[in-house]
Ligand binder design. Structure first.
Ligand SMILES: Cc1cc2nc3c(=O)[nH]c(=O)nc-3n(C[C@H](O)[C@H](O)[C@H](O)COP(=O)(O)O)c2cc1C
Length: 160
């Protein structure tokens, strides 16, 4: 089983999740950070996982564009989708829905909201200002959903 994990991370949370996925999934894993590498090869992968994070209600443009351009090919794969974000509940569910094309949601074997983090030192002054408004915090926050992560791994490992 060959798995391609395609991702974008603004301040490191998605990268951390992707590394944990790579260590827990079986088979050969290939990582593609769309920010650094636009040459993504999914032709030879049986399984594809796509992940990004939400800023201002939206997933990164690079992830959106990759999904739009590769939809037809992606629906021939075992597909997993995830987002990292701060919000929970209906707002987070809506953000996940908006992040990926409907066709991919319908086809996905698993999709999840992994939660999010704020590492204030990694943010620029404007981002820090926004975070103060969104999260009403002046210190780091870890809201990663470890259970959601494990459920996602289990669902992706289940035989089709
Ligand atoms: C400037 C800024 C804007 C954000 N906007 C949203 C948002 O609209 N909705 C949300 O749920 N989370 C939002 N977040 C939280 C991020 O999705 C969260 O910090 C996530 O862990 C970032 O992952 P990354 O470091 O891999 O990019 C925002 C974070 C920052 C710093």
């Amino acid at each position: 089983m060959k798995t391609a994990i395609i991702y974008m991370s603004s301040h490191g949370t998605v990268t951390k999740i992707v590394k944990q996925l790579a260590s827990q999934l079986s088979g050969e894993i290939q990582l593609y950070n769309v920010r650094e590498n636009k040459q993504v090869d999914i032709e030879h992968s049986d399984r594809v996982i796509i992940g990004g994070s939400i800023h201002g209600g939206k997933i990164q443009n690079g992830i959106r564009q990759f999904c739009e351009e590769n939809q037809k090919n992606l629906v021939t794969k075992e597909l997993g989708l995830f987002i990292c974000c701060f919000y929970e509940g209906p707002k987070a569910i809506q953000q996940l829905k908006d992040a990926y094309p409907t066709m991919l949601h319908k086809h996905a074997k698993a999709e999840t909201i992994m939660g999010g983090e704020f590492r204030l030192q990694k943010l620029n002054p404007f981002e820090r200002f926004l975070v103060k408004r969104i999260a009403k915090t002046t210190s780091d926050i870890d809201k990663l959903d470890r259970q959601a992560f494990q459920n996602f791994v289990s669902a992706m490992e289940k035989a089709s």
